[in-house]
Design a protein around this ligand. Structure first.
Ligand SMILES: [Fe+2]
Length: 328
């Protein structure tokens, strides 16, 4: 007889504020009213609990994403697509010099189970870590209920393309997704499609602006089309990207509306490399050796184009393909 075993989550009884503490290898995570406290054998770190939970939410929802997810300049994860590094100070020049940085590798399912348990326990009823600041209550205070509906949300993924048979439609009031307050001016009409008989299941079109105007989350790309390794991941952004993403491949951005300011730094050290202001219609290729964080003053629409090929990180690490899409 075979039994499937769920990964063990190591946690304590609730503390005075009602929150459990969690451990992964030699890392421990503890929260109180205001802060997340992270300890490891050679150091300790503290983050305000709201940005910590917003980063933790993205790391889980994106399944550790591509490359590095920095929660801030100290804590984060590196995805090796099967197993995941949890680190403190690994991508911080000064922590490295002082030799207080720490890194441990965990099976994907083990770190995911612990992170999910921590998120479920530490997010109160009033707080939605996916929402824009004006669309959620507070993350702070003693434990008060939970918001499992918000924290177990998964990204919307198309099998072929939105609008094709079997693919999820988030394009009408009936779907439960209404137009966001900041996209009230977005045209809600759909393109007219006349299909040659026999091709009804092959031809489709939809208004991406209408689709995105109904997104109720920020900084959470939905995969709307898949063509081999080419993923179109448009998203709506407001306020600050809750993580600092360290690329392991080139990543393309097309700013579809409004404006995002990007701080771009060296992936390894965090040293600043560029500030990029992207206005509607601008296109940029973020190199494979950078980290970046976006600031969106008004809710905006961004198309993120990802090359999902599993071969890319190795090819880039071995120098077989450049860190930029074009060398002039
Ligand atoms: Fe990125």
């Amino acid at each position: 007889m075979s039994t499937s075993q769920l990964p063990e989550v190591k946690s304590t009884e609730p503390n005075e504020q009602g929150y459990r503490s969690y451990s992964l290898g030699e890392f421990t995570f503890r929260r109180d009213e205001h802060f997340a406290h992270i300890d490891w054998p050679t150091g300790r770190h503290v983050m305000a609990v709201e940005p910590f939970l917003k980063a933790l939410m993205r790391d889980i929802a994106w399944n550790f994403f591509y490359g590095t997810v920095n929660f801030d300049s100290v804590i984060g994860t590196v995805n090796h697509y099967g197993d995941v590094d949890l680190f403190a100070g690994r991508f911080n020049e000064d922590y490295r010099k002082a030799e207080i940085d720490h890194l441990e590798n965990f099976p994907h399912d083990e770190i995911k189970a612990t992170f999910e348990a921590m998120l479920g326990d530490w997010v109160n009823e009033s707080f939605d870590p996916f929402a824009a600041p004006q669309e959620t209550g507070s993350a702070y205070g003693d434990k008060s209920g939970n918001n499992m509906a918000a924290v177990t949300r998964t990204r919307v993924t198309a099998k072929r393309m939105i609008g094709m048979p079997d693919d999820e439609l988030l394009r009408s009031d009936e779907s439960g997704y209404t137009v966001n307050r900041m996209f009230a001016d977005v045209d809600q009409s759909e393109p007219e499609v006349k299909v040659e008989p026999g091709y009804e299941k092959e031809v489709s079109a939809f208004s991406l602006f209408k689709y995105l105007s109904r997104s109720d989350v920020t900084w959470n790309p939905s995969v709307v089309s898949v063509c081999k390794d080419s993923l179109y991941c448009p998203t709506t952004e407001e306020f600050i990207l809750p993580i600092i993403h360290g690329n392991d491949r080139v990543e393309w951005f097309i700013q579809l509306s409004d404006e995002i300011i990007w701080e771009v730094a060296d992936r390894e050290t965090g040293r600043p490399r560029a500030n990029v202001v992207m206005k509607a219609g601008d296109c940029a290729a973020m190199p494979a050796d950078i980290r970046h964080q976006g600031f969106s003053p008004k809710r905006s629409m961004l198309l993120v184009w990802e090359n999902n090929s599993a071969a890319l990180p190795g090819m880039i690490a071995r120098g077989e393909t450049p860190n930029v899409p074009v060398e002039f």
